[in-house]
Design a protein around this ligand. Sequence first.
Ligand code: GRF
Length: 233
Amino acid sequence: MPMPLAVLVSGGGSNLQSILDKIDAGCIDAEVRVVVSNKAEAYGLERARKRGIPTWSRPHTEFASRQAFDAEMVRVIADHGISAGTGAVLLAGFMRMLTPEFLRAFPEAVVNIHPALLPSFPGVHGAADAADYGVRLAGCSVHFVDEIMDHGPVIIQAAVPALPGEGGEALAARILRLEHSIYPQAVAWLAAGRLKIEGRHVMVKRAQPATWGDAALPYLASPALEPGFLPAS
Ligand code: GRF
């Protein structure tokens, strides 16, 4: 059975789109059952609607507490067949910290994408912070979520060169292209049961060490991206 997924978005949802596209292409054995947002105007919701995927959105400000908002999300997600031991929750540009109660409802099954090479530059402006700092290598990380922001065990990372004077926007755009490869790849591994968490380490069954890009899009992804997930150059 395809793994049931809930995807949480607060914005454009291009990562959601990349996952939907790879599901359609037969590269990921999963089904997005519901897309959830705290922002009614999030374009990610529109992407879901266009595909006939159920959506749910309520401003978190309508709820008395963070716990109350998260409890409602847990209820909605469970209503769509995702619960402890069944399915997973993907954060795709969801701009809120989740409560311990939420994480306990989906143990080892909440995953996030972050536009920096963790543990460097956690927080909401990862790519811009890296550019401002003047790093020469930047990148993105897919990781399991724990109670600390951008902190849980890393599944896959991709590094890209950062060019002097490039600015955060251009760097973020190049990183985003890689996000659209590494996030679907990580979800494919998760759905295929190929991930095992051992403390801080994530074992990826049958993974190769790394993939390199080329002159058109220089990058290093570790573990290696598999056929079907390589970025289009
Ligand atoms: C991405 O850069 C992601 O890494 C970060 O938020 C952004 C979301 O982009 N967490 P999108 O909504 O998927 O286009």
